[in-house]
Write a protein that binds this ligand. Sequence first.
Ligand code: AMP
Length: 572
Amino acid sequence: MINLTEEDAGLAVLEKLTSNVKQIQDAVLKEILTCDANTEYLRSFLHGSSDKELFKKNVPVGTYEDFKPYIERVVNGESSEIISGKPITGFTLTSGTSGGKQKLIPLNNKYLENARLLFDLRYLVLSKHVDGHNEGKGLHLIFLKPASKTLSGLPASYATTHFMKSDYYVKNLPSYWDTSSTSPSEIKFCPDNKQSLYCHLLCGLVLRDEVTRVCANFASILVQGITFLENFWKEMCSNIRSGQLSDWITDSCKDSVSMILGGPNPQLSDIIEDICNQKSWKGIIPQLWPKIKFIECIVTGQMAQHVPLLEFYVNDLPLVSPNYASSEAMFGVNLNPLCKPQDVSYTFLPNMSYFEFIPIGEVNDTIVDLVNVNLGRYYELVVTNYAGLHRYRVGDILQVTGFYNSAPQFKFIRRQNVVLSVYLEATTEEDLLKGVTRASQVLKSSYIMLRDFTCYPHVSDIPGHYVLYWELKGNKDDGINELDTNMLVECCSVVEKSLGALYKRYRSKEGSIGALEIRVVQQGAFDVLMEYFISQGASLAQYKTPRCIKSSEAIQVLENRVFARFSSEKLP
Ligand code: AMP
């Protein structure tokens, strides 16, 4: 592991990594191929060789499905050597909400070591841009789940849980890391999400004068936290007033939360009540936590839809989107943490894994190396990692936005898969996000905001049509008094206008696609949807609302909460 003992040394490491991209990438590939040459998987393509050219020529680019049979054999007790030269020590679980089904990804210490370096760098970058970024305490909305065991006895858990339980997190933390948290670790390990979120927020309120940052993995978790606070602040204030924690908090974290609560504190309870009692929650975050300097959570990709709501709650506070990573590998860090959410790019770190890129929409779609990507172009990311995934399609589409030294910087564009199709058109997540973002501007004039959305292709009638489920939220006071039909019909049209040429053609001339429909669901419906996905094995910490749902149970969760329907009235 690279030893980052001091900030300067750490930043020097960053310079070195980003200045020697080609050499480092070649060395990474050599190391992986030498180590994995005799695995059953690679032997069939390379016959024991670790030559780069042969690797490029013979090893196919694959998806999870190609690796799954090997992974399942290891899960069931066969030696990890069938796929990885380095022993596999466990499995990370993907969120299952970013790209379909939940997957098991082989894990070893190299992943944790890389995660540690990424964290080191992200803190160093932050320390360069935010004075005293690690002073005071952080309100960290972190949810760690106990690992389950595979048949072979290996632990399977979410990446964050593996990492935070490992020596790479527990030992030798540098001073610039902001581990100081308002939540005792028992809350982070509490298996009940509701109790855990309540206690996180309650401790954050009690220690409000010390909080300098509010952090979560993803923007969606912060939005969920604020919505939860809207529902529970009165109860929290009553706990603070009496010094007594609510009875329904029964988890073993309750003792440490009671300690933080201390005795009765009516004065603090009054202050928080005054703030929360305001009609509008605009700028509520800096009012509740007056020393806050920034918010840290991923706001790119699927998370971009939460930005308007977050900005409403945080006023002008910076939203720091720190890094880009997955259960398969670490990718990059945001070197300009105070930039606007729409300008975020991630600088790839060449020592994390071996990266390749499939050009999108070009005649010559030859896969290229990290050093050979071109400015402005779009690519699909392919990774060869240290735990047996060779030329694995991550499923993310990125655009090159610049270079830091010789390291390319990428903007996250979207997941690779098509999300919606009811006829012959192919609507991507990006198309959909663009359309919904434009439509949500129409709402602005009426003090209504979009809290969350998803969609499904309604194909049981002919012609099929797109159904968008929208959860709306008033930004003046808690409720939405009435919905303006004209406005919502207009929203349907605006989404349709933003969709692709094929959609418009089939919808307009041929009538092969019916009018797009928005179904407005009751407040809290998307929380219930999340609970449904969590009950099916998704993790709260990594949860991302699926942009398109196809399971009939999940659709039913929303369908049961629909209270108004609107359809587009003109052709796009
Ligand atoms: P998981 O494997 O469940 O951790 O999910 C990883 C996926 O989350 C990535 O492949 C991306 O699609 C998404 N993701 C992770 N980090 C970011 C980021 N900074 N911006 C946008 N999407 C991200």
